[in-house]
Write a protein that binds this ligand. Structure first.
Ligand code: PMV
Length: 356
């Protein structure tokens, strides 16, 4: 395409979800490569909407020119973060970016102070906007498969787990000797081999605290390098993955739930036995865990929990039990939540390109 025909401006908007890892990624090397394979549910309600407006610069220079508003207000912290990220990757992946002024405007569907990490939804939305821009300018990502693979690759460079948010239902990331097409560079969609029961699984996110994390996930991954259990942990994750994939295929919600809980507790145990040690769960997380286990024992309903790198509890259960579980949640768990906040989420269909 000649220079004259390249678009001078445009507006792109993507909605991209958060995700919840069932087998956790914890420990990385090189440029955001995972030490073990992970797999996640793509969520629906917890998402970021990012709009990118691009305008060609009058005079081309070698700088990334960018402004960033978050929920309608200028946000310097995000502006610096995204600028640093684009400065790092543009030469290799989007060399045209320096010819444009970029304005990003971003919204989260969940409250800012909810303790929900927004890096997966935010970074995946950003990556999708950049890939669409490339395609609008050069038509180089017209192939849908290629488009999503590049989006996943770029999202990974922004925040490892974000690479999984690109695909519907479930996504798997990290190379595994026994899993075809698995890769450290991109996540792969994992929807064909999962039983329908998991395609509309519930994930009620119980917000137990609105506090910022005391240790960033970058620092947390870093501490795995000297964790004495690191090697056995990576081996365990890769072995659990195979058991989990079988449970997903068979629709075995009990085995699925047992692995989800074991993985969540392993993640937090690894934090506690890092040097220095730190703890991201709080007494309310333990209280909820005990209530969930008692409820399961009493009712035989397959409700299990998971946690991300924070105190909030993700309550996982099949759609068919929604009304029963709902009374348990409203009566026993909601009163324990920060400002009674719960995000009633579910497995979702992945990112959506929105009209401007
Ligand atoms: O993507 P990061 O660097 O924020 O790491 C996230 C890691 C966990 O959320 C704790 C686990 C996972 O696999 O998503």
């Amino acid at each position: 395409m000649s220079n004259q025909t390249i678009k001078k401006n445009g507006t792109i908007k993507w909605q991209s979800p958060s995700n919840l890892a069932i087998i956790k990624y914890w420990g990385k090397f090189g440029s955001q490569f995972p030490r073990n394979t992970s797999i996640s549910f793509t969520l629906d309600k917890a998402h970021t909407i990012t709009q990118l407006k691009y305008n060609v610069k009058d005079v081309k220079d070698e700088q990334i020119s960018l402004s960033f508003t978050f929920e309608g207000k200028q946000n310097e912290a995000f502006e610096h973060k995204v600028k640093a990220f684009l400065n790092k990757i543009n030469n290799d992946y989007f060399p045209f970016l320096k010819s444009y002024h970029l304005h990003f405007d971003s919204f989260n569907s969940f409250p800012h102070s909810s303790g929900i990490a927004s890096s997966a939804s935010g970074m995946s939305a950003l990556a999708l906007c950049l890939c669409t821009m490339e395609n609008e300018l050069y038509g180089t990502l017209a192939d849908t498969g290629l488009f999503y693979r590049k989006a996943s690759y770029i999202a990974r460079l922004g925040s490892g787990s974000a690479c999984r948010s690109i695909f519907p239902y479930m996504a798997l990331w990290g190379s595994h000797a026994d899993i075809e097409a698995s890769s450290n560079e991109i996540a792969i969609p994992y929807e064909d081999k999962i039983h329908p029961v998991f395609k509309n699984y519930h994930d009620d996110i119980l917000i137990l605290s609105n506090k910022e994390k005391s240790v960033s996930s970058t620092a947390g991954h870093g501490l795995m390098e000297n964790n004495p259990f690191a090697d056995s942990r990576y081996k365990q994750a890769n072995e659990r993955m195979l058991t989990l994939l079988k449970a997903l295929e068979d629709g075995n919600t009990q085995l699925f739930g047992e692995i989800a809980e074991a993985e969540a507790l392993t993640l937090h145990a690894l934090m506690m036995c890092s040097e220095p040690s730190y703890m991201l769960i709080d007494p309310k997380s333990v209280e909820v865990i005990n209530l969930v286990r008692q409820y399961r024992l009493d009712t035989k309903i397959p409700v299990y929990f998971s946690l991300d790198a924070g105190p909030n509890i993700h309550l996982l259960y099949p759609n068919e039990y929604q009304s029963q579980v709902s009374s348990f949640v409203e009566d026993q768990l909601k009163p324990l939540c920060y400002e009674q906040r719960i995000i009633y989420d579910q497995v979702g269909l992945g990112p959506k390109k929105l009209e401007n």
